[in-house]
Write a protein that binds this ligand. Structure first.
Ligand SMILES: [Ca+2]
Length: 253
């Protein structure tokens, strides 16, 4: 009785399976079941895939990797602050001589500062106590010595040099060099009979323009032994040593 019921049930199930197979999955190959012929009849249709599960926990840190290759050189950094001043260095060697400078401008002519005279006697002095007139001219280019008065007249202020060399004959000689009506120096020579003597003197004087300088016998006739002839000269000279004016500017003296 049980076997007949089981056989009937299997036949019905087979019939249902066949109908489903023909209607739904006619082209799909049936999968054999490990449960035998009877188990294949019991398997259902494959289910749909389930929902994704929750993310798993983070894994453990990995080991350090190998050292990488050296990178490229970076760009230079900004300039640093100035350092402190260093100690003074040793003195350097002497330099070479420079080249000559440019030629200067033309200066004032020295001619404007010229003043000189040199004169002499042609005969003995005739009178004492007046300027001796020297009429023998050795040099009087600027005519600063006046032959008519026997006086030198200053034209350029400055220091002047004067000198005289006199022949003494027949009488004593006492002469004075005058500046502006005042005897500056006096020379005296005592004449020795049957001889020819000399008397001389010199002086530096600062003169202003217009100052006059001359020579004259000082005293009476007995002192008037200033002499001159063809072989004996008595001379008087003077010249400007240096002027007060330098490049047009007055200087102190
Ligand atoms: Ca003498």
């Amino acid at each position: 009785m049980k076997q007949r019921s089981r056989l009937l049930f299997c036949s019905l199930a087979l019939l249902v399976k066949l109908c489903c197979y023909l209607d739904v999955v006619a082209e799909e190959d049936p999968q054999p079941s490990a449960g035998g012929t009877c188990a294949n009849w019991m398997a259902g249709a494959p289910g749909y895939p389930g929902h994704n599960g929750a993310p798993g926990r983070d894994g453990r840190d990995g080991r350090d990797g190998e050292k990488g290759e050296k990178g490229e050189q970076g760009t230079p950094g900004p300039k640093g602050d100035d350092g402190s001043l260093g100690a003074i260095g040793a003195q350097g060697p002497r330099g070479l001589a420079g080249s000559p400078g440019m030629k200067g401008e033309r200066g004032d002519s020295a001619a404007i500062y010229r003043s000189a005279f040199s004169v002499g006697l042609t005969a003995r002095v005739p009178y004492p106590n007046i300027p001796i007139k020297f009429t023998k001219i050795f040099y009087n280019e600027q005519n600063h010595y006046d032959l008519t008065t026997g006086k030198f007249r200053c034209n350029i202020p400055g220091v002047h040099y004067f000198a005289y060399h006199l022949t003494v004959y027949a009488a004593d000689v006492k002469v004075s060099l005058y500046k502006k009506d005042k005897a500056v120096i006096i020379t005296y020579d005592q004449y020795q009979k049957n001889d020819v003597d000399q008397a001389s003197g010199s002086v530096l004087l600062h003169l202003e323009v217009g100052d006059e300088v001359w020579l004259q016998v000082y005293g009476a006739e007995e002192n008037n032994g200033v002499y001159a002839d063809n072989v004996n000269d008595s001379t008087f000279m003077g010249f400007l040593l240096y002027p007060d004016m330098v490049v047009g500017q007055p200087t102190e003296h």
